[in-house]
Design a protein around this ligand. Structure first.
Ligand code: PMV
Length: 326
C-alpha cells in the first residue's frame, strides 16, 4: 500500500517540485460522466522550477500566453503573467494520454502553494484540478488527483476500494477519490506517436453518450470499471486482462480508438493478459498487462509494431524537492 503523503509544507521561492504522470487502467471518458475509474500514477515525472524574474530578464521561459495551464495556475494563485519564471522538464511525452499536463499542473501548484504558506493534500488536489479545468474546459479530476496522490487511486470507486483521500468539486459536479490497493504488478505502456487533443475527444464522447443508447453505454463502462477495480484489488491477472479487453471494446464503441491503437493491441495479444487504449484515445498510448515472464517479449512486439514501449510501476505523488539556489 502506498504511504500517504502529508501536506505541502511552506517554502519561499525559488522552489521546485515534481509530480508523476498517470495511466488510466479502467474508466477513461466515462469518469467524466460520473462512472468509476482506476488510475495508476506512473514513474515518469515532470519537474517544475519557479523563480522570481531575473533583473532585466528578457531571456525568460515561454510566454504565459503559449501555455494555458501556466496562465491558469498563475491567475488562480493571484499572480500576474510576468511575476514569476517557470521552467519545466519532463520525461512524459505530450498529448500521449499519460497525464503530462496534469503532472505539470500538480508540480506547479505544489510550488505556488508552498510559497503561499503550504497546503494540505486535498487542497492541492482541488487546486490542481481547478487549474486543469480552467485551461482545458472539460474533464474529470482523475489525472490531477493521480499526480497529487501517487500510487493507485479510484475516482468514484466503491467504498470497499479503500480509504477516501478527498473529494473534488467543480460547481455542482463532485468526484470521490480513494486509495486503491497496489497488486505489485508492472504494466507496459506503449506510445503510438500519434498526438491528439484531450478536449476534442472528451467532447466527442459527450455527444456520443447524449444519443438514445448513451445511458446504456455509460452503464456498461461503469460495470466494467467496477469489476476491473475488484479484479486488480484481488490480484487476479486473468480477470483483469479480460476486463481490459472489454473496456477497449466499449472505447471503440464510443469512437475513440484508432487503427494504430488496434494494431498495437493485436501485436501485444500473444504476450499480454489484455490491453486497451489509455487516456483520451484517438491516438496516444495503450496499456497492457504482461503475461508473467513475457514482459520483454511484449515490449519487443510493441516496438516492432512501431510504438515506444516502456515498463511502468507506481510512483509517489507530487512532492517538493530540494530548494533552488539562485
Ligand atoms: O489523455 P489524457 O491524459 O488527457 O486523459 C484524459 C482522460 C479522460 O477520461 C478522457 C478525460 C478526463 O479528464 O478524465
Amino acid at each position: 500500500m502506498t504511504a500517504e503523503l502529508g501536506p505541502v509544507p511552506a517554502r519561499a521561492l525559488p522552489a521546485s517540485a515534481r509530480a508523476p504522470g498517470k495511466c488510466i487502467l479502467f474508466g477513461e471518458h466515462a469518469v467524466v460522466h460520473g462512472a468509476p475509474a482506476l488510475i495508476l500514477a506512473l514513474d515518469l515525472h515532470t519537474q517544475v522550477v519557479v523563480t522570481r524574474p531575473s533583473a532585466g530578464g528578457a531571456a525568460g521561459p515561454a510566454p504565459v500566453a503559449d501555455n494555458p495551464y501556466l496562465a491558469a495556475a498563475l491567475t488562480l494563485a493571484g499572480r500576474g503573467p510576468t511575476d514569476l519564471e517557470v521552467r519545466a522538464v519532463s520525461r512524459l511525452p505530450r498529448a500521449a494520454g499519460l497525464g503530462s499536463s496534469a503532472a505539470f499542473v500538480a508540480a506547479l501548484s505544489a510550488v505556488l502553494s508552498a510559497d503561499a504558506g503550504g497546503l494540505d493534500r486535498p487542497g492541492l488536489a482541488q487546486r490542481a484540478f481547478a487549474v486543469e479545468r480552467a485551461a482545458q474546459g472539460v474533464g474529470s479530476p482523475g489525472d490531477t488527483s493521480a499526480s497529487v496522490a501517487g500510487g493507485y487511486i479510484t475516482v468514484n470507486g466503491p467504498a470497499a476500494t479503500g480509504p477516501l483521500l478527498w473529494e473534488v468539486r467543480a460547481g455542482s459536479e463532485r468526484w470521490d477519490v480513494r486509495r486503491a490497493p497496489d497488486p505489485g504488478w508492472s504494466w507496459v505502456v506503449a506510445y503510438s506517436g500519434i498526438p491528439r487533443s484531450t478536449a476534442e475527444a472528451v467532447r466527442a464522447v459527450g455527444e456520443r453518450l447524449g444519443r438514445p443508447d448513451g445511458p446504456a453505454l455509460l452503464q456498461r463502462f461503469a460495470d466494467v470499471a467496477a469489476r476491473g477495480i475488484a479484479a486488480v484489488a484481488a490480484g487476479d491477472r486473468g480477470a483483469t486482462g479480460h476486463l481490459l479487453t472489454e473496456n477497449q471494446s466499449l472505447l471503440r464503441d464510443a469512437g475513440v480508438s484508432h487503427p494504430r491503437l488496434e494494431a498495437l493491441i493485436e501485436a501485444a495479444a500473444p504476450a499480454s493478459e489484455g490491453a486497451k487504449l489509455t487516456g483520451a484515445g484517438c491516438g496516444g498510448s495503450i496499456v497492457a498487462l504482461p503475461v508473467p515472464g513475457r514482459e520483454v517479449d511484449l515490449m519487443r512486439r510493441l516496438a516492432r509494431a512501431g510504438a515506444v514501449p516502456f515498463p511502468v510501476t507506481p510512483a509517489a505523488g507530487a512532492a517538493l524537492v530540494e530548494p533552488v539556489f539562485g
